[in-house]
Design a binder for this molecule. Structure first.
Ligand code: UDP
Length: 316
């Protein structure tokens, strides 16, 4: 049986990727320390389909704990919510640096294809829009978001060196605001915050004037791009944006969440966090050309499914 290893496979995106890989006939080895993930996200898989390893990837793995062959490695382990990566700042720095090194070593040892889950945060607060992969970014290296932004940038640099020095077959994907079921209801990001607030009849907490923009990509679209990057050939050394190019303001997003939740919009204005990017929108020409990919799920459909998922949590 073909085997894939997913770091962060018990997390939000990682568990959906695991579902897809299992559907495609892979055995999936999940390496996760449950810092922000949960085994409940993958509890529906049998032991034949999925091996769970409770391990912090900042420590090197013992080959004896791994199967004889691994064809694909997806490195997705990292806190991703600004609230979580502030709380876990050092863990975030280490998982995206040492952790990326250890994940790269696994791919190198097994001769596997490697996909790095990177981020639009590598562009920081961008001075141009939409963001192309060729843009070097505008990142504050010492601010409160640096633990995430700079460690992801280091992870990209490290991945490129493994390609140059060891000829590793690796691809870097930069994710733009992925959302969907299995996000944590309390993770502090705008999607769970607004949905939980709407479902509880509370005001939606808009930070700043709400005119900052984001582009939201539904998780099944995101996973489809990751799967393509893991399995298509000829992608070595490519850096590819993965996101939905439909850009909207946070205020507009609040309106959509309230409308689809069936409640009147109430807004509570809170201060804008330090270094919060003013705009974010992917140029996805490379994803279209290299992966044959573009998002298919509309915000309406994606939010309906996500709101449905969060209803159970709002009743608690
Ligand atoms: N945001 C907001 N209210 C919230 C949470 C976030 O207005 O309750 C804003 C935040 O300031 C940012 C955007 O929504 O401009 C997206 O924030 P999120 O934390 O989801 O992720 P980011 O894109 O900043 O990494």
């Amino acid at each position: 049986m073909r085997t894939a290893l997913v770091t962060g496979g018990a997390g939000f995106i990682g568990s959906h990727l695991t579902d897809r890989l299992v559907r495609e006939g892979y055995h999936v080895v999940i390496v996760d320390n449950l810092a922000t993930g949960s085994w409940s996200n993958v509890a529906h898989h049998s032991r034949e389909a999925v091996t769970r390893i409770d391990w912090d990837i900042i420590k090197p793995m013992d080959w004896a704990d791994l199967p004889e062959s691994i064809e694909l490695v997806a490195h997705l382990a990292s806190p991703a919510s600004p609230v979580h990566y502030r709380r876990l700042a050092l863990e975030t720095l280490w998982v995206n640096s040492k952790g990326t090194g250890n994940a790269l070593d696994i791919a190198r040892h097994f001769g596997a294809r490697f996909v790095l889950g990177s981020t639009s945060e590598t562009y920081g607060d961008p001075e141009l829009t939409p963001q192309k992969e060729s843009y070097w970014g505008n990142v504050n290296p010492i601010g409160p978001r640096a633990c995430y932004d700079e460690s992801k940038r280091f992870g990209e640099a490290l991945t490129m060196e493994y390609i140059r020095q060891y000829d590793l077959d690796a691809v870097i994907l930069r994710f733009f605001n992925c959302y969907g079921p299995r996000m944590q209801s309390e993770d502090g990001r705008v999607v769970p915050n607004f949905i939980m607030q709407a479902l509880r009849g509370e005001a939606l907490t808009v930070y700043g004037n709400g005119l900052q923009t984001r582009s939201f990509c539904y998780v099944s679209d995101e996973v489809d791009a990751i799967y393509r990057a893991l399995t298509l050939t000829g992608l070595k050394g490519q850096v590819i944006n993965v996101g939905n190019p439909e850009e909207r303001t946070i205020l507009d997003f609040a309106e959509q969440v309230a409308r689809i939740s069936g409640v009147a919009l109430q807004v509570a204005e809170l201060p804008l966090p330090v270094d919060d990017p003013t705009n974010r929108c992917p140029d996805i020409q490379k994803a279209r050309t290299l992966l044959g990919w573009e998002p298919k799920v509309s915000l309406q459909e994606g939010l309906e499914a996500t709101i449905e998922y969060f209803r159970a949590f709002a009743r608690l």
